[in-house]
Design a protein around this ligand. Sequence first.
Ligand SMILES: CC(C)(COP(=O)(O)OP(=O)(O)OC[C@H]1O[C@@H](n2cnc3c(N)ncnc32)[C@H](O)[C@@H]1OP(=O)(O)O)[C@@H](O)C(=O)NCCC(=O)NCCS
Length: 415
Amino acid sequence: MPMPKNPDADSTTVKLSRETYSKLAALGKYGDTMDQIIQHLTTQARGLEDVVAGKSSITYIDGREGRLLYCGYDIADLAAHSNYEETTFLLWNGRLPTSGELNSFRQELAAKRAIPRDLISVLTTLPQNCDAMDALRVGVAALGIFDDPMYTQLERATSIASKTGTMVAAIHRHKHGQAIVPPREDLSFASNFLYMVTGKVPSEGDEDLMNVLLILHADHEFNASTFTARVIASTLSDVYSAITGAVGALKGPLHGGANEKVVEMTLEIGTPDRVDPYIREKLANKVKINGFGHRVYKTMDPRAKILKDMAGRFVRTEKEKQSLEIIERTEAILLREKNLHPNLDLYSGLALNHIGVPAYLFTPVFAIGRAPGWLAHVLEQFADNRIIRPIADYAGPPLTQYVPIEKRASSGGGR
Ligand SMILES: CC(C)(COP(=O)(O)OP(=O)(O)OC[C@H]1O[C@@H](n2cnc3c(N)ncnc32)[C@H](O)[C@@H]1OP(=O)(O)O)[C@@H](O)C(=O)NCCC(=O)NCCS
């Protein structure tokens, strides 16, 4: 495969960081020269694939090696040693906190968990059967109205991050006609969330697993919802609007909704011996299998690997063991037949089920986990802003004479 030449030698207009250039060069699929790469990326990159849309110092992804770093720290190390609060501090400050800093950050987050009474009224006025992501979108938008208008940007970020968990738990309790459980400041973020959902303080094992899930979801560079948040922030709109938009983007099944679908698929398959015919039929009909494929990873998503490794330890009941077997068989077939690798969503449903989170809350829990990342990107955008306003490669008709309505013969189709 011919490798593109060095960009400095080839182009005077494009300056990419060495790492980004290496990534694009390693792809080797856009041509021999940097000009050919640029030509492709500016005219044919459907869905902005491989397009560099801005600078960021938050998250680094190597899609070929399957590496994910938050501010330089490997996701595997963070999953093994960190927790929600520390990882949030890292994403917002670019460095790990000292123990004093972590304690005060924990307290600030915990103190902002309770949601205003008016916001509870809004959430409990919504139909009990409404989609939980729709309810969360309403909740975040309403929080922008009820939150303290004197908050600094950082206080707003802290408020949103703290309160998404409280809102999701309230949405869940309302759905079942149960009393809303107020947050406790003495519990960790992960433990308090499960406590507000179930009414019981979780075991240490469940708290740890919840922390891992939150860390794995915390950020993922310029994914669709984060990019949405950055675009909104770049207009100098407010942070609540940016996060409301991000919640809307996350709701889509190509983004946040996939793990719920994986659980549905596992139930539909039923037993491990049915995996082969089920998957073959789907592939023959060109149906995409949820939990597989990724725009950036061309190997196993490192987050899926972490959960897969952990699954052997947390899976206990016969039902869980059966689901794991179904998932692993599906993984083997897709690798063999389509060279497709699992993404985070393949294993996250199994973990969420294990800690008692119902399937319809999977995407809202993804939002709780991703909120620190969204907020880190919004703060980064505000700190060095220029409105995000790309241009389109126009493919419509040329200049056309305007015809008065009475002289138009027929509609002639059109969009
Ligand atoms: C994640 C996803 C949206 C990435 O989309 P994308 O980068 O636009 O990739 P494409 O949809 O163009 O897929 C490229 C090829 O792989 C195939 N493919 C990708 N994901 C697939 C999947 N999950 N199952 C079966 N085939 C898949 C496509 O059919 C396509 O094949 P073709 O070139 O023969 O038409 C896509 O892989 C997907 O829909 N996955 C399922 C949903 C999911 O798990 N989402 C969670 C993402 S973290």
